[in-house]
Ligand binder design. Structure first.
Ligand SMILES: NC(=O)c1ccc[n+]([C@@H]2O[C@H](COP(=O)([O-])OP(=O)(O)OC[C@H]3O[C@@H](n4cnc5c(N)ncnc54)[C@H](OP(=O)(O)O)[C@@H]3O)[C@@H](O)[C@H]2O)c1
Length: 169
């Protein structure tokens, strides 16, 4: 299973403000949705799930299979969404479904869980032209140091770039 962690980040490394809002560009949003549709799935943490559910809902994600990692919520809480209790369980679920790729889509706590478990193969960062004052960083808390290899740089617009890395193992 090839696992990609995909995040929009401010130029100073925040993925959201303290109030959970995310001031990212339309180009970034389109690039993210296109990656989700291409992979066909995404894994999100319980707080990110609740934010999407209360903001836009999951309609924009089309046919993508959505898995939420949570100890507090469980299967049956909402139709069309699968709840699991660990990163490993999320990947087993996708393997059983025949996927060879999985996309981690935040937030900070879930990102750290996958990295600490050694389950991230690739990192895609859409770097937005903004400095945020406070909020959520790419990874919550302390994470192990990792070397990355820069595989590709894409321009999302004349203001935003996408950095595509492999995690050196
Ligand atoms: N910039 C971006 O691209 C982007 C993308 C997504 C989200 N975000 C932002 O990220 C913020 C949310 O991040 P967050 O760190 O607060 O929340 P989060 O990572 O979305 O969710 C945290 C929750 O996920 C569950 N979880 C995480 N790791 C787990 C593990 N190993 N085993 C079981 N459950 C696990 C736990 O749920 P339970 O408490 O239910 O056990 C935990 O409380 C929001 O502000 C959102 O806007 C930004």
């Amino acid at each position: 299973m090839n696992v990609t962690l995909y995040m929009a980040v401010s130029a100073n490394g925040f993925i959201a403000r303290s109030d959970d809002s995310t001031p990212w560009s339309d180009e970034e949003w389109s690039a993210f949705l296109s990656e989700v549709n291409s992979v066909g799935n995404m894994i999100i943490g319980r707080r990110t799930y609740e934010k999407i559910a209360s903001d836009t809902g999951f309609g924009e994600y089309g046919d993508a299979t959505v898995v939420v990692v949570s100890h507090a919520l469980s299967a049956g809480d909402i139709t069309g969404i699968t709840f699991v209790s660990s990163p490993e369980e999320a990947l087993h679920f996708f393997e059983d479904k025949g996927f060879s790729e999985a996309l981690i889509a935040g937030g900070a706590t879930l990102n750290a869980s996958f990295l600490k478990a050694g389950l991230v193969d690739r990192l895609v960062l859409d770097v937005e032209p903004r400095l945020l004052g406070s909020g959520f960083r790419l990874f919550s808390g302390e994470v192990p140091e990792r070397d990355l290899r820069l595989d590709e740089v894409r321009n999302l617009s004349d203001q935003s770039v996408q950095l595509r890395y492999s995690v050196v193992k």
